[in-house]
Design a protein around this ligand. Structure first.
Ligand code: GDP
Length: 299
């Protein structure tokens, strides 16, 4: 994860680390390198600019330059700014909020192929295993053939209940039926796996809004593919404002050497990253912790 970015940044820091004394020019030169590393990692330009300005302003201060270990201090400033960029000041926001009368509804949204169905099953399994929740999953995807069956198969693998499939029902009807079943059978959590499309379009947004208005979700999680870089951020921006997103699930972090989507997501969308998908298996999901991710990048 993030290997190429980590290598680049560590190269810059190695040259700072050993130095007993630093001049303002040394810091500025290092920040130019950091800037290039972030842009090559596909971090959004305004996010990079803000980051570099902030770090430079703090790092060229006389207290830092005159300290005994100026290189270390600059690295710490970069680390802290990275944690903040990943949403670190606000760990509570990255936690799943299930604090409502059961069944608490979690709505999963996103484009086709982003990993939405897999993530639904991963989160459901996690809630069952780690929090002892009784979870029901329902697929509202009536467009893609076999989408509902796919969720049923994943449900069996994850040992999580899925709503029985009734052919011919529309998403809002399925959502209503799922709510009723969840209430009658005392489920703690209802996870709705909504339909995806290849692109964001009006029909998709209308469907998401209609489902959200009947299901009143506590969490609306947008699933995006980290490997798609800035496209992931653009998708997130398109959804924001249309549906009341509460957080983001970044999938395929296991294959992402660059980290651009992860590093831009919070700043560009204002939404916390709640989970990271790290593989195809149903256990391959982690809660997102800014400090840990920053440590992975800076080593
Ligand atoms: P959906 O169309 O958004 O519901 O996407 P799916 O859940 O069907 O996932 C599409 C493909 O991506 C499947 O082959 C998944 O196994 C794979 N996938 C999902 N999440 C991850 C992840 O975090 N890492 C990796 N490597 N593969 C993933």
């Amino acid at each position: 994860m993030f290997e190429s970015l980590a290598d680049r940044l560590n190269g810059v820091f190695d040259s700072l680390r050993g130095r007993g004394a630093l001049q303002e020019d040394d810091v500025r030169a290092a920040m130019r390198e950091v800037r290039i590393a972030l842009l090559e990692a596909d971090v959004a330009l305004p996010v990079v600019r803000r980051f570099i300005d902030k770090v430079t302003e703090q790092a060229v201060g006389q207290q830092v330059l005159r300290s005994v270990t100026p290189g270390q201090q600059v690295i710490k400033i970069v680390n802290d700014a990275l944690v903040e960029m990943l949403g670190g000041g606000d760990e509570d926001a990255s936690r799943l909020d299930l604090d409502a009368k059961p069944p608490v509804v979690i709505m999963m949204v996103g484009l086709q192929g982003s990993g939405k169905t897999t993530s639904t099953a991963k989160i459901a399994k996690r809630l069952r295993e780690k929090e002892g929740k009784k979870v029901l999953m329902a697929s509202l995807d009536v467009n893609r053939p076999a989408a509902q069956e796919q969720l049923a198969v994943l449900g069996q693998q994850a040992d999580v209940a899925t709503l029985p499939i009734v052919a011919g029902q529309q998403p809002v009807e399925i959502a209503n039926r799922a709510l009723q079943a969840a209430r009658l059978q005392s489920f703690d959590v209802l996870m709705l796996d909504t339909a995806g499309r290849l692109h964001v379009d009006e029909a998709l947004m209308a469907e998401m809004k209609a489902v959200a208005s009947v299901a009143v979700p506590r969490e609306v999680l947008l699933v995006v593919d980290a490997l798609s870089g800035q496209d992931a951020v653009n998708v997130a921006q398109s959804f924001t404002g249309e549906v009341p997103l509460t957080g983001v699930v970044l999938t395929r972090m296991d294959g992402d050497a660059r980290g651009g989507a992860t590093l831009s997501m919070r700043a560009v969308t204002g939404k916390p990253i709640k989970f990271a998908g790290t593989g195809e298996k149903l256990d391959a999901i982690e809660e997102f912790h800014a400090v840990r991710v920053a440590n992975r990048i800076l080593g």
